[in-house]
Design a protein around this ligand. Structure first.
Ligand SMILES: O=C(O)C(=O)C[C@]1(C(=O)O)C=C[C@@H](O)C=C1
Length: 349
């Protein structure tokens, strides 16, 4: 009968065999490293790793299941790379180690460093008069960026879809009149050229965060891009979406937290404040928070504005409409001009 001591003795012998084999393997990896140095070949070779794994799994007769065998060998390959002195984690262009020296968000828009960047305006461009009233209020209160949608991706195809080019023209005219920077969403690769002709900052909405063709297209422009987090997207997915833009050459990316879907129904989305310091730690990109879409209500905007700024956000975005009750979209979450002034004073404007 096997006893514990006897079984452990056998395991000790196997451990020694595995160790000898691992070191034998490491000596071969060292030779490969030298060859790769001579030829300038990449150390990390995911295709080779995949081929080896497939051979290994074909030979696996158990009792260890394939997933566990895969885990062990993936760790062996990872160790080989560590032994070569490299990591298989790619350094991202948007990561903290990136060499680019980008201006801070407030510098991009000539905003004093002691006040937060505020982007405000109606959900959609509805007509010249409404937008003009909002723009005047922004100007009077020292806010420099106006937002308004000309293309509105709505849940229902029967809801107001935006004024499209007509809306872009109104936004352009009003922002010029008050010397404001204009921010508007682009939803289709075919519209990027048109939208960038009229607007100063392009926005990629939450629903399009992983529309990779659209990301690549705006990555080819030289306009700042606001990239909103998808409602079910992880922070990593948001960072990789930004990398798609950066890879095309446009490094002027502003990330935007706008809440994620959870079981909570008191707010439209759950505002994930923790994403702010995490993004600050893992990327060099500025991050702003869209309070209106996160919350879907306006009675708690002031508290959350202070909270996100305290957490390190570089700015906030809020919806403002001269007559929210008559707004064609998102009427419950848009502040009226008095409420907007109140919000500004709570954050030091
Ligand atoms: O075969 C190679 O090219 C190696 O560098 C060796 C090795 C390995 O551990 O087997 C190490 C890293 C590569 O990602 C793939 C394979």
């Amino acid at each position: 009968m096997d006893n514990l001591t006897g079984l452990r003795k056998q395991i000790n012998l196997i451990n020694n065999e595995i160790l000898k084999l691992l070191n034998k393997r490491a000596a071969l990896v060292q030779k490969i490293t030298m060859l790769k140095n001579e030829t300038g070949t990449d150390y990390y070779d995911p295709m080779r790793e995949a081929e080896m794994l497939s051979d290994i799994l074909n030979q696996n007769k158990g009792p260890l299941p394939d997933e566990l065998v895969k885990e062990v060998f993936s760790s062996i390959f990872h160790t080989a790379l560590n032994y070569m002195g490299i990591s298989n984690e790619r350094k991202l262009l948007v990561g903290t180690e990136s060499e680019v020296n980008l201006p801070k968000l407030n510098e991009m828009f000539d905003i004093d460093a002691d006040i937060p960047v505020v982007i405000a305006g109606p959900c959609a461009v509805e007509n010249f008069e409404y937008l003009d009233q909002v723009a005047k209020a922004l100007k009077d209160n020292g806010v420099k960026l106006i937002r308004a949608g000309a293309y509105k991706p709505r849940t229902s195809p029967y809801d107001f879809q935006g004024l499209k080019e007509e809306g872009l023209k109104i936004l352009h005219e009003v922002s010029n009149k008050y010397k404001l920077y204009s921010v508007t969403e682009v939803v289709d690769t075919r519209d990027v050229y048109l939208v960038q002709k009229y607007a100063d900052v392009l926005q990629i909405g939450a629903r399009n965060m992983q529309n990779f063709e659209l990301l690549k297209e705006v990555g080819l422009t030289n306009k700042p891009i606001i990239l909103k987090r998808g409602m079910s997207a992880s922070i990593n997915e948001l960072i990789y979406a930004a990398e798609y833009i950066a890879l095309q050459g446009n490094r002027n990316i502003i990330l935007c937290e706008r809440g994620i879907r959870t079981f909570e129904t008191k707010t439209r989305n759950t505002l994930d404040i923790s994403s702010i310091p995490i993004i600050k730690r893992e990327t060099h990109l500025p991050i702003i928070v869209d309070l209106s879409h996160s919350l879907g209500r306006k009675d708690i905007v002031n508290q959350l504005a202070k909270a996100v700024l305290a957490a390190g956000a570089d700015g906030i975005m809020v919806e403002v409409h001269p007559k929210p009750e008559l707004a064609l979209s998102d009427s419950k979450q848009q502040l009226n001009i008095d409420e907007f002034r109140g919000m500004l004073s709570t954050i030091g404007y």
